[in-house]
Design a protein around this ligand. Structure first.
Ligand code: GPP
Ligand code: MG
Length: 287
């Protein structure tokens, strides 16, 4: 059974974000998902195989799409690696679970229970259908709930992740909720895009990204302040920026480019924006 907590959408902003994701059907997400039935809502990492651009023209589009999907799957695998040691008795939470790809992959890897939450009812429905198709609906469940106030039990999770969703919320509110949900020694993994405090405020390219997705990218510093305030202690920080640039270069050349590619490439190349992974452990605190 998946469940709904009351009052999921609390503000006009949250309603507008939900409306965006309820209506979203971009080929860059659907056609990539159709490659192997794992639907992602995040970007890719690692070098691309240049041979996909050569070879017969009739099949080039399919090769490029499969390659973009492979890089997105590599990103999810990189995140899931951080939960090494997770087993069947553990429970993970996917904060902003999209069409469910990362959750289904985490369950496949660790045979654990995974709960995903999203404020988009369409995404929740889609993701639950995917879990059923893969025969894992007993272990992987998606819920129409707000990650800022999930309603799940205190200390009930050994791990929580967000895969490119934190730019929609206040980080202090979010990490307060994750800190409540995580058991002592539980782990939080965050992959995000953040702007660079060193280069000053929000660059034009970052503002274009915000506008495109109705989000508000945070500065890098905000993540560490909000974690420190909520008993989440970083153990690993990886700047994935050089590893995601090839994905954007290939995506820009593809038939499924959406127009946002030049904003990401500009932001990364001018150093006003980073693609970052932060891994943090939940420690006991005074609160
Ligand atoms: C989700 O990916 C993208 C976001 C939530 C945008 C913000 C992310 C940053 C790192 C700033 P998607 O797969 O739905 O996007 P697209 O449709 O462009 O592939
Ligand atoms: Mg995508």
């Amino acid at each position: 059974m998946t469940t709904v907590a009351p009052g999921v959408l609390r503000t006009d902003y949250q309603r507008s974000v939900a409306a965006y994701w309820n209506a979203e059907r971009d080929p860059v997400n659907i056609r990539l998902g159709e490659v192997d039935g794992i639907y992602h809502h995040h970007y890719g990492i690692g070098p691309y195989d240049e041979s996909v651009l050569a070879g017969p023209e009739e099949t080039r589009d399919a090769r490029v799409i499969a390659e973009l999907h492979r890089l997105e799957t590599a990103q999810a695998d990189f995140l899931i690696d951080r939960f090494a040691g997770t087993g069947p008795d553990d429970r993970l939470l996917d904060g902003g679970s999209g069409r469910g790809g990362t959750s289904i992959m985490a369950n496949r890897r660790y045979d654990c229970r995974v709960d995903g939450v999203s404020i988009s009812e369409k995404q929740v429905e889609f993701a639950n259908n995917q879990a059923a198709k893969w025969g894992v609906a007993d272990q992987v469940r998606f819920h129409f709930r707000n990650m800022l106030d999930t309603g799940f039990e205190t200390g009930g999770f050994t791990g929580v992740w967000t895969n490119e969703t934190t730019m929609y919320v206040d980080l202090f509110d979010l990490f307060g909720e994750f800190s409540r949900l995580l058991a002592h020694g539980g782990r939080y993994v965050c992959i995000t895009g953040c702007y660079n405090d060193l280069t000053g405020g929000r660059s034009k390219a970052v503002s274009q990204i915000d506008e495109r997705y109705t989000c508000s990218v945070h500065p890098r510093s905000a993540y560490f302040k909000a974690m420190a305030a909520n008993n989440l202690v970083p153990i690993e920080v990886v700047d994935l920026t050089p590893h995601t640039i090839p994905y954007w270069e290939l995506r820009e050349k593809s038939s499924v480019a959406t127009g946002v590619e030049s904003s990401f490439l500009t932001a990364y190349r001018e150093n006003s924006f980073h693609y970052l992974m932060i891994v943090a452990d939940r420690v006991q605190g005074r609160r």
